[in-house]
Design a protein around this ligand. Structure first.
Ligand code: NAP
Length: 465
């Protein structure tokens, strides 16, 4: 039996080993998922809701253990990990409440006689693929609506963070999810496992969260069997501060939008567009906060941990160097951690880049790290054109003193989500997702469950009955 290692990003130490699923094992999981689907789809929505509610309670009862697993395998701070557990658990409660609200339609065809009966039914066995940056929430944001809709699921967590997914699967089992309904395949070779699943005609759904590049490849793979897909892909969020914005509030929002998870969030503010009238004040206040950030081992309580591994850190440092070579200035930086036992190569100093040229390369890609490039603007139309000049449109942020102005900017932004005078947009009750190459479909809210259903319409000849 082959296993692979899971490492703590803060220390590079091996914290566990997990079973490395083979393609044959993955193929066998589809048999079990299909058999479970025949049963699970017939379970009364109220019963499915009760099981999801028990899973919600189960996660909260086990919140500290889950937090510590996330800290150990992902490297985020304890506060970020605790917030993720609460957010992740909420998807079970939200979809417990949605499970019993199956919508449908009934109508008379315009010609009379015939009646149209429209229902939604579960799409079938669903493959779920999740990234390492939110190992709990990205899993529950998919599992909860899938189970609520009556689907069974095959989950492939990121190879860096399989332990959280395995712990959640246990909680679901304890909550009463029947065998075969939720199966996890940890693997050191994503494509081996996922290809075995997608090669099977009984798999009818792929819900993927990850990078746009991998999303494109999976869309091509799904085209072969016309598999229903939902895609939550990369971001490159603009964060706009207008001339009349409350600068203190904008800095508060910027700290959350930029430094949650050490900047490793698809919703992370990637580019700051700040009006010239408030730029100096914003940079000074934001910079002061950045310089105060304490980096270190999150297991020991540090506010900011490492990024996921030394390779990612090296790429982020290259982006900083590239921006400086193009004219940007390191205006403020936090201190790197000292001491023994840490993998120092995996830490990136939170950095504020000022005087960033509006066409600098760093603005054109997802940084996925604790770096905040600030561009000063005077012409709003020109700034909006630049803000929208990205192949992805996931989240965006605007701080303005006048709400009407903020809403006007929000409506002009090519983004699936806009935080208005807020530095966070994630909410289980709201539709999460992007436009352009940031994805297809929505997770959360009443939309999330629709992704796991398909419409069936029965044309009934009433007169003949
Ligand atoms: P990634 O490299 O695309 O990996 C995501 C998942 O896909 C992992 O489980 C990975 O497995 C798997 N995978 C990789 N190659 C595959 C293949 N050929 N076939 C099947 N599965 C494959 O992304 P990441 O680095 O983990 O996550 C960061 C990215 O996710 C960022 O771009 C971020 O913006 C995006 N993200 C988006 C959202 C959203 O809701 N829109 C949320 C969070 C993150 P392995 O780990 O085994 O490689």
């Amino acid at each position: 039996m082959t296993e692979f290692e899971v490492r703590n990003p803060a220390t590079a130490a091996v914290i566990d080993t997990v079973h490395d699923h083979t393609a044959e094992e993955a193929a066998a999981q589809v048999d079990a998922a299909q058999a479970a689907f025949e049963q699970w789809r017939t379970v009364a929505p109220r019963k499915r809701a009760e099981i999801l509610m028990a899973a919600h309670r189960g996660m909260l009862d086990d919140a500290e253990r889950l937090r510590d697993i996330i800290v150990a395998e992902n490297g985020k701070s304890q506060a970020d990990a605790a917030a993720e557990v609460a957010y992740a658990a909420e998807f079970f409660r939200w979809y417990a409440e949605e499970a019993v609200r199956a919508p449908g339609e009934y109508g008379v065809a315009p010609a009379g006689g015939v009646r149209n009966v429209v229902t939604r039914r579960p799409v079938g066995v669903a493959v779920l693929i999740t990234p390492w940056n939110f190992p709990a929430a990205m899993a529950t944001r998919k599992i909860a609506p899938a189970l609520a809709a009556g689907c069974t699921v095959l989950l492939k967590p990121a190879s860096e963070t399989p332990l959280t997914a395995l712990a959640i699967a246990e909680i679901l089992q304890q909550a009463g999810v029947p065998e075969g309904t939720v199966q996890v395949a940890a693997s050191s070779s994503a494509s081996k496992v996922v290809s075995a699943w997608l090669a099977d005609d009984r798999v009818r759904k792929l819900s993927f969260t990850g990078s746009t590049g991998v999303g494109r490849r999976l869309l091509a793979q799904c085209a072969e069997r016309v598999v229903n897909t939902s895609m939550e892909l990369g971001g490159n969020a603009p964060f706009i501060v207008t001339a009349d914005a409350d600068v203190e509030a904008a800095v508060e929002g910027a700290m959350v939008a930029k430094f949650r998870n050490s900047g490793q969030a698809c919703t992370a503010a990637n580019r700051f567009y700040v009006h010239a009238d408030v730029a100096e004040e914003f940079v000074a206040a934001f910079g002061r906060r950045i310089e105060q950030l304490q980096l270190g081992d999150p297991a020991a309580g540090a506010a900011i941990g490492p990024v996921i591994h030394a390779r990612a850190a090296a790429e982020i440092r290259e982006l900083i160097d590239g921006a400086v070579a193009q004219g940007a200035r390191i205006a403020h930086q936090a201190a790197l951690p000292e001491g023994e036992g840490l993998d120092h190569e995996a830490f990136v100093a939170p950095t504020l880049l000022a005087d960033v040229p509006a066409d600098a390369d760093i603005l054109g890609q997802e940084i996925f790290g604790p770096v905040a490039p600030v561009v000063v603007y005077t012409d709003e139309e020109d700034m909006l054109r630049r803000a929208n000049d990205a192949e992805v449109g996931l989240s965006s942020y605007v701080y303005a003193g006048n709400l009407q102005h903020a809403m006007q900017i929000g409506e002009k932004l090519e983004a699936g989500m806009v935080g208005v005078n807020r530095g966070i947009v994630s909410d289980p009750s709201a539709p999460f997702g992007g436009v352009k190459q940031a994805g297809i479909g929505r997770e959360g809210g009443s939309f999330g469950i629709e992704e796991f259903t398909e419409v069936q319409y029965l044309s009934v000849d009433w007169s003949a009955v």
